[in-house]
Design a protein around this ligand. Structure first.
Ligand SMILES: Nc1ncnc2c1ncn2[C@@H]1O[C@H](COP(=O)(O)OP(=O)(O)OP(=O)(O)O)[C@@H](O)[C@H]1O
Ligand SMILES: [Mg+2]
Length: 417
């Protein structure tokens, strides 16, 4: 009986213990579920917040990218439409960007110069020295042109040079140094200054020539007359006769020079009439034969043009000078071809000789007054011809074809008269 009672009590105790543990386990489980659910809810909230942030950032990036590409396009269009040349180089002087303004200035396409040394756009000695300028600046930081700007000389793709104003700015992109050059063409300004200087000089020369004509020519005529009289009084066979002749010849040469100078410095106003060019050219060519040193020169005139409105005396002076130049270039022997034609409202008279041509280094100077390569030349021939043709609203072109010789072309308006 006692044993049975003990067993029942033990069983009850066990039941009680199992029920307690179960309750504990259930509580623990509930806690675990609670925390897991709370974590999951938190993660869900975080994921949601992250997704929204991500969306906001993506929209921001899209806007920024669009703004950046618009700003780039604006900058590109400013650079592309700039009249000035804009060139970007790296620290070694290699071209990274060359805008259309620079293409127009230098005559190179961007693709021709990309990656090439910028010194290709400079004449000597800057062409050879530019690398060392750049290295010196990078080493010392001493700027000679950066941030200052100055007038420099550019070299076009055809080798010709022209004046430029260059300003250089420096920037660092991705840790690498770059230089941006802005180049402004000064050719029109320089040409205008030269024209102004020339006009001022010509006006002064005109005044001077008038004074010479008045103050020197008349007394010189008197001296000439007196010397002639003395010459006639010399006894026959006198040794002084030759000296008198020499003095007279020198006075005549001086007179001719003054006449030429006056014509150049103060050309008369053209008095235009109806001019037939072919007969005018033929009669001018006939005058050459009067010079004994030019007797072996032939002048062939071909072509024709309707009559033009011009001053025939002024044209005769021009044609005579061009024929004389051709004849001198051929050493007084050979044929000068003169071709007349009219096209596009312009009458062209081309004088072609078979002389040695005009050396490239003096071609730019031949229209300058007093420039001559001849021992007895005054250097006023072409300068005067240019002034007389300018007064007719025409132009003179000079060309030395590779085949040899020189072709000087007078272009005149072929307006009907
Ligand atoms: N047809 C030509 N062929 C070669 N050289 C030429 C020719 N025409 C002109 N020249 C060069 O141009 C220079 C200037 O010519 P320009 O007619 O002005 O003066 P010039 O002939 O020397 O002297 P001037 O005409 O006053 O007697 C010449 O000295 C010569 O060197
Ligand atoms: Mg001449």
């Amino acid at each position: 009986m006692l044993a049975t009672a003990l067993i029942v009590s033990a069983l009850r105790h066990l039941e009680w213990m199992a029920a307690g543990q179960l309750a504990l386990a259930a509580s623990l489980l509930a806690l675990v579920v609670f925390f897991a659910a709370r974590d999951a809810a938190n993660r869900l909230r975080q994921t949601d917040a992250l997704r929204r942030t991500n969306e906001r950032l993506e929209t921001e990036i899209t806007h920024r990218a669009r703004d950046l590409s618009e700003a780039n396009a604006r900058l590109r269009s400013i650079i592309d439409s700039a009249v000035d040349g804009i060139i970007v180089i790296d620290a070694r002087g290699q071209i990274e960007s060359f805008n259309p303004g620079a293409e127009r200035l230098f005559g190179y396409a961007e693709s021709d110069v990309m990656g090439r040394n910028v010194n290709l756009l400079m004449p000597s000695p800057y062409h050879e020295e530019h690398d060392s300028y750049l290295q010196r600046y990078l080493a010392t930081g001493q700027a000679k042109i950066i941030g200052i700007g100055r007038e420099v000389t550019g070299r076009r793709s055809d080798g010709t040079t022209f004046p430029l104003h260059l300003s250089v700015g420096e920037m660092t992109v991705g840790g690498a140094r770059r230089f941006t050059g802005i180049l402004h063409d000064l050719s029109p300004r320089v040409a205008m200054e030269a024209q102004l200087r020339e006009q001022t000089a010509l006006a002064r020369l005109g005044e001077m020539a008038a004074v010479i004509a008045h103050e020197v020519k008349n007394p010189l005529a008197g001296i000439r007359g007196a010397i002639e009289v003395i010459g006639t009084r010399l006894p026959g066979g006198s040794r002084d006769t030759a000296t008198v002749k020499e003095i007279l010849a020198r006075i005549d040469a001086l007179n001719d020079l003054m006449k030429d100078l006056l014509l150049f410095a103060r050309p008369p106003k053209p008095r235009p009439i109806h001019v037939e060019l072919r007969p005018l050219l033929s009669s001018t060519a006939a005058l050459l034969a009067q010079d004994p040193t030019l007797r072996e020169i032939r002048v062939d005139v071909e072509g024709s043009a309707p009559p033009i409105s011009a001053d025939p005396e002024m044209l005769r002076i021009v044609f005579q000078n061009l024929l004389m130049n051709g004849a001198h270039a051929m050493q007084g022997r050979g044929t000068i071809q003169v071709a007349i034609r009219t096209d596009d409202g312009t009458c062209r008279i081309a004088f072609a000789d078979s002389g040695p041509g005009i050396p490239a280094e003096i071609r730019g100077k031949i229209f300058t007054a007093f420039f001559t390569t001849k021992a007895r030349g005054s250097g006023l021939g072409l300068a005067t011809a240019k002034r007389l043709i300018d007064a007719h609203h025409g132009r003179i072109d000079v060309d030395c074809p590779p085949a040899g010789g020189t072709v000087v072309t007078v272009l005149l308006p072929a307006q009907p008269v």
